[in-house]
Structures are given as C-alpha cells and as structure tokens.
Design a protein around this ligand. Sequence first.
Ligand code: DC
Length: 231
Amino acid sequence: MQKIVIAIDGYSACGKSTTAKEVAKELGYRYIDSGAMYRAVTLYFLDHLVTPSNPREVMKALFAINLEFRVNAKGISELFMNGVNVEKPIRKMRVSENVSQVSTVKEVREAMVALQRKLGKEKGIVMDGRDIGTVVFPDAELKAFLTADIDVRAYRRQQELLEKDEMVDIDEIIQNLKQRDQIDSTRKESPLKKAADAQTIDTTHITVEEQVDEVIRMALSKIVRATTRPK
Ligand code: DC
C-alpha cells in the first residue's frame, strides 16, 4: 500500500494529539506532535532567558537546540531536547502561557517547519498542529481540522493536567485557551486556519474512539486512492 501524509490541525485541546497518536498506531505510521516542538523551544527560551523579540538571541538559541523524537518501549513517540526527555516539563502551565507568543517568531517557525518537512519526507506520517495542512504539508493526502466547544476543551485539558498532578482552575484554563486561540489565529506568520481542502470534525459530542474511527475511515479511502492511482 502507498503511504500517505495525514495532517491534523485545529485549536488547542480539541483532541488532536490523542486522535493523531491512535491513528498513527492503527496505521503503523509515525506520529509527530508539532506543538511539542514549539513547546520545547519555549521551555528553552524560558530556562535560558531568551527574548523572543531579539532575533540574535533567538538564532543563537535555535542553533543550540537539537530536537529529536524517540519511540519508547511502549511504542510512544517522545520528544528529546539536547538528549533530555522533555515530555513532562513542556506540558506545564508556564510553557502553555508562553508558547503562543514564541510561536509567532518568524525564525522559530522557519526552523520548526524545516524540521517537520524533513521528518515527513518518507511519508507514512501523522502530524498534528496548527499549520500542517496549510504550510508544512500543503500536499498532504488527508487533512482533518478539529474543533470543539471551549468548555469541553477546557474540561479535557484540566483532566490531562490532573493526570500529571497539576491542579489548575477551569477559568484559568479557559482564559489560556482563548488567549492562545486569539494569538494562534491572528499571527502574521502562518496563522491557524482551516485549509480549503481540509475536512472538519467537531469533537464536542463524540468520543475519542469515534474521532479516531472517523479519521481512519478517511485515511483508508485516501490510501486506496493513492495506491490505485495510475503512476
Ligand atoms: O498543540 P499544542 O497545544 O501543544 O501547541 C502549543 C502551541 O504551539 C500552540 O498554542 C501554537 C503552537 N503551534 C504552532 O504555532 N504551530 C504548530 N504547528 C503547532 C503548535
């Protein structure tokens, strides 16, 4: 079977990562969490006091950052920055509160997009983010755009944080999500928007299983089409 590229975009906490991970597992594809990459850069900026508005500091930091996804013993893809597993610290609120701002920086986006394209060169990949179907892989065979009501998204994010022993007030989460939606969709460099050929999935009233099934169904139809298409 021909391998395809699956791009899953949408607002924060709509279930993109959960869906993308499961779809990748079912299809035997690689899963790449592009948001994790922006989060790791943000973590580095915070820890090294890099000023996002200072291009020299930003470039110096980007040269010092090496990002790599490694698959653990459970088959889960984890992000390592300069050899250190950063999966836990990049999900903390201090990173969430700053990541949208760091993601607006042109140099950061250029570096991340170049790396993402490199990772997707072989196809057989599911990547989730904000600009995957519009900028990173405009020719992706399947583009899904996930949405959900803000209250449902906040509740899901709160549960995720609780699982990591971080108790955050629901209003604080709603505030953070709204602020990130606003920054993500209005920034100058590759703003979050639905690609013209993306298929929208509203996840407010459906389960994770239903979400995954829907994307798998779409993917299989695209894989068959890509495989049977005359060369
Ligand atoms: O998916 P996430 O919530 O972990 O993403 C964190 C932030 O990273 C999000 O607020 C915007 C940014 N991001 C981006 O600008 N482009 C992407 N492709 C993925 C994430």
